[in-house]
Structure formats: structure tokens, C-alpha cells
Design a protein around this ligand. Structure first.
Ligand code: ZN
Length: 74
């Protein structure tokens, strides 16, 4: 199964979150949705999960260390 990354370092956030989640697509979306709810005040909805899917990057895009954050897409 394809492995992907959801990287909180990619976007500006109030908490300057540094979490990176890597794994199979469905697991990453589930973990990212739980994380977004627990740590970022989002509600875990089908819309949120769809949005998270759009933000996934290939596992090979992972680089260790700090990442220059982009503004969160509106
Ligand atoms: Zn986060």
C-alpha cells in the first residue's frame, strides 16, 4: 500500500506543531484527523478527512529537521 505523509510542520499553526505522521494512506488520514481534533481544535468530520487527504505528500518527501511553514490554505 502507498505510504504517505501528513506534516504539521508544513503549515503555520498557533501551536507551531512539529508532528509528522507517516504510514499507509487510510491510517495517516485517521491519525491526522484524531490529531487535528485533539491538538488543533478541529472537528473530526468527513469534510476534514477529505481536506486532510488533499494535503498528503509522498513518504519520499519527508526531510528531517525544521521545515519552513507555509500559510494554511483557506
Ligand atoms: Zn499538529
Amino acid at each position: 500500500m502507498e505510504r504517505v505523509m501528513a506534516d504539521c510542520r508544513r503549515f503555520e499553526s498557533d501551536s507551531n506543531c512539529q508532528i509528522t505522521i507517516i504510514g499507509p494512506v487510510d491510517d495517516v488520514v485517521a491519525a491526522a484527523a484524531q490529531h487535528a481534533e485533539a491538538s488543533h481544535g478541529h472537528q473530526d468530520t468527513p469534510e476534514l478527512r477529505e481536506q486532510l487527504r488533499q494535503m498528503l505528500e509522498p513518504e519520499a518527501a519527508y526531510k528531517p529537521g525544521e521545515r519552513q511553514p507555509e500559510p494554511f490554505p483557506a
